[in-house]
Design a protein around this ligand. Structure first.
Ligand code: IVH
Length: 667
């Protein structure tokens, strides 16, 4: 009986996990999914004899292993030759045509070159049995429990494939995840990841797969290493078949006739590189037909039928004018490089983070140095290092500040942490950063209140802490006559503030700046506990039981809510009428099971309002268009998402058509 229930439950959870993570089109609510998942965890804990390594619970990781077993690849994992520039691509094409003895245009398959760590996944009769890193190309390391946590790795193929199938691809960290994890690391005073590639490669080699799961890595397949039976006649066919077996295959890759079409492709990809959700370092061009690939064969380095077209590095030289010390909202004091503005990868950079003092010393950068600046994995600009032979004779090693640049309080360094911290809770720079965070678009979303105005309000004593924002109206008379403000802008601001009092609870929680509680964490907390009161009162065991909340986060949350200052602050918010909306349940199921994408400018709604409406009616939002998208709402200025929707045949609505679908009185 139990065995049967377990099987059914596993199939059900696996189905819904795929609908959510792979297809971006859930059929049940998050809390229904959580309930199923917990039930499965409980059953499995009670029946260890019915263990299944490919149960969907494997996605969250399992107990650490002592070390990685070496694993010899059935077929070596080779590397690729590189081509820089069009000329080298044309020479590749000539070599290919000469080798197969044709003057005709060759059919290539051009795809993205994912910037991560390669991995090989072996399926036996459709079950994931072993996953290995590339290693030296001949022997890799078995990282199977880690691979089970990767988004886009089917634990079981969705169609029968008898015998052995070895799928190869790249493990990447999405740029959004990279930024989120680094922000959290910085906050905790930990070393940041240098770039998404290192974060992915390091994550893949964790002995504790629960830590791999926390990195939220993704798998992008690019081919088949070994297949018992002929897998597909072409690269295009292989990718299609992988898609059918449950892999997430990107849609950018395409078959192209002749090298000139390939050259246009690589240029197009380079232009849209920054808009991709993950880093790429070029394109890979493959001869499409497998029989031609066989004719071309391999050199000791790699296949003759494929080449990596590498983009030029996004680096530039500039002068480091000074090192400024910046105080963050939790008091961390971090160095920032002030640079002579320079264009890197199409973006002008004048400041770049140096993360912390240790990093500054390790890189040995000094004011006055000529430095190399790069956009790490085309995300945030960073200083790579100095050009030593251009160092001025008088360039001095920077010293770490001993006191806070804003309030002159002596800085402290917590045991075992790299961050310097200003311990003064009333430090004006901290309050400034806290206020800037609080009013941000993804938090309380108070339009018209930016850094400059906050600085001025703080300076003139109109605000002193977060709750005091909601007392600004008491200063209305003085504000409307203040230079450069005026009645209209003050009225607007006061209205914005008033409206923000009932923002959804997760936004309010995120806005408070509780250590370890980011946007996702705030959503998890609100969903699990329902009300601010319940969160205030939750003890550590209650918190640890919530998805994605570990012991450290739980400890930080209870410490934060336990502090008398924070309690007084929450009481002050309450007294001032701040009532975050706790209703998480959808208003109705009008959009249930649908995925919506908004693009371009909206005129009647703000983007946030429109998205909120979709969510309230049970719909899901996505930032990219795929076959799974139900509707795209496109306003003026809509670009590639509109084009993608049209090419995929996804229905496109104007803002008015969207409005017309809403029940009366929604706006
Ligand atoms: S095909 C025989 N396709 O790039 C080698 N590789 O520089 C076949 N990579 O080790 C590799 N994206 O880890 C291929 N679309 C793609 C790729 C890709 C990233 C990585 C791969 C390989 C390295 C070679």
């Amino acid at each position: 009986m139990v065995a049967e229930e377990l099987l059914e439950l596993r199939a059900k959870v696996a189905h819904h996990a795929d609908r959510y993570y792979r297809d971006d089109a859930p059929e049940i609510s998050d809390s229904e999914y959580d309930t199923l998942f917990r039930r499965l965890q409980e059953l499995e804990a009670a029946h260890p004899e019915l263990h299944d390594p490919n149960s969907p619970t494997a996605r969250i990781g399992s107990a650490p292993v002592a070390g990685f077993e070496p694993h010899r690849h059935q077929i070596p994992m080779l590397s690729l030759d590189n081509a820089f520039g069009e000329t080298e691509l044309r020479s590749f094409d000539e070599r290919v045509r000469k080798a197969i003895g044709t003057d005709d245009a060759v059919q290539y398959f051009a795809e993205l070159k994912y910037d991560g760590a390669s991995i090989s996944l072996t399926y036996l009769d459709g079950e994931l049995t072993i996953a290995t890193t590339r290693g030296d190309g001949t022997t890799g390391e078995a990282v199977t429990p880690n691979a089970r946590t990767l988004a886009g790795v089917p634990l079981r193929l969705t169609k029968p494939v008898p015998g052995t199938l070895e799928v190869r691809g790249e493990v990447v960290m999405l740029k959004s995840v990279f930024e989120e994890l680094n922000a959290a690391r910085l906050e905790r005073g930990e070393q940041v990841f240098a770039n998404p590639r290192n974060a992915a490669a390091g994550g893949l080699r964790q002995l504790d797969s629960r830590l791999t799961a926390q990195r939220r890595l993704s798998f992008l397949p690019y081919g088949v290493g070994f297949s018992q039976d002929a897998f597909a006649p072409s690269q295009a066919g292989a990718l299609d078949r992988l898609r059918n077996l449950g892999f997430v295959v990107r849609s950018e890759g395409k078959p192209l006739l002749g090298i000139e079409a390939v050259i246009s492709f690589v240029n197009e990809v380079q232009a849209m590189r920054a808009a991709l959700p993950f880093g790429i370092d070029g394109c890979v061009i493959k001869v499409n037909q497998v029989d031609l690939q066989g004719e071309l064969g391999f050199t000791s380095r790699g296949p003759r039928w494929a080449i990596a077209y590498k983009f030029p590095a996004e680096q530039a030289f500039t002068k480091l004018e000074a090192i400024a010390w910046q105080v963050g909202r939790t008091g961390n004091v971090t160095p920032v490089a002030e640079l002579v503005p320079v264009v890197v990868g199409g973006v002008t950079v004048s400041r770049a983070t140096l993360h912390n003092y240790d990093e500054l010393i390790r890189k040995d950068v000094r004011p006055g140095d000529t430095v190399i600046v790069q956009r790490a994995g085309d995300v945030i600009p960073e200083v790579v290092g100095p050009v030593l032979d251009q160092r001025p004779a008088d360039a001095e090693v920077p010293t770490a500040p001993t006191e806070c640049p804003a309030c002159q309080t002596a800085l402290v360094r917590r045991e075992g942490q790299v961050a310097l911290k200003c311990p003064n809770r009333s430090c004006p720079a901290q309050i400034q950063s806290q206020l800037e965070h609080f009013v941000g678009r993804r938090m309380m979303d108070i339009d018209g209140l930016g850094g400059k105005l906050i600085a001025r309000f703080l300076d003139e004593g109109f605000v002193s802490d977060l709750p005091s924002l909601y007392r600004l109206h008491e200063h209305r008379d003085k504000l409307v006559v203040a230079e450069g403000l005026g009645e209209r802008s003050i009225n607007n601001l006061l209205e914005e503030l008033e409206a923000s009092k009932t923002r959804p609870l997760p936004r309010f929680l995120f806005a408070l700046g509780i250590p370890e509680v980011g946007e996702r964490g705030a959503q998890d907390l609100a969903r699990a506990l329902g009300s601010l009161d319940a969160i205030r009162q939750a003890d550590e065991p209650t918190l640890v039981a919530i998805e994605n909340v570990g012991p450290r986060t739980a400890a930080e949350i209870t410490a934060w809510f336990g502090s008398p200052e924070n309690q007084a602050m929450l009481d002050a918010f309450w007294d001032l009428g701040v009532r975050p909306t706790e209703a998480e349940a959808p208003t109705g199921d009008l959009f249930a099971g649908q995925t919506w994408v908004f693009t371009g400018k909206l005129e009647k709604f703000t983007r946030e309002m429109a998205e909120e409406v979709v969510r309230r009616w049970g719909g899901k939002l996505s930032s990219s268009v795929s076959k799974k998208t139900s509707f795209v709402v496109a306003g003026p200025g809509a670009g590639s998402k509109l084009a993608t929707a049209e090419s995929l045949g996804v229905p496109v609505l104007t803002e008015d058509e969207f409005l017309a679908r809403l029940p009366e009185g929604t706006l």
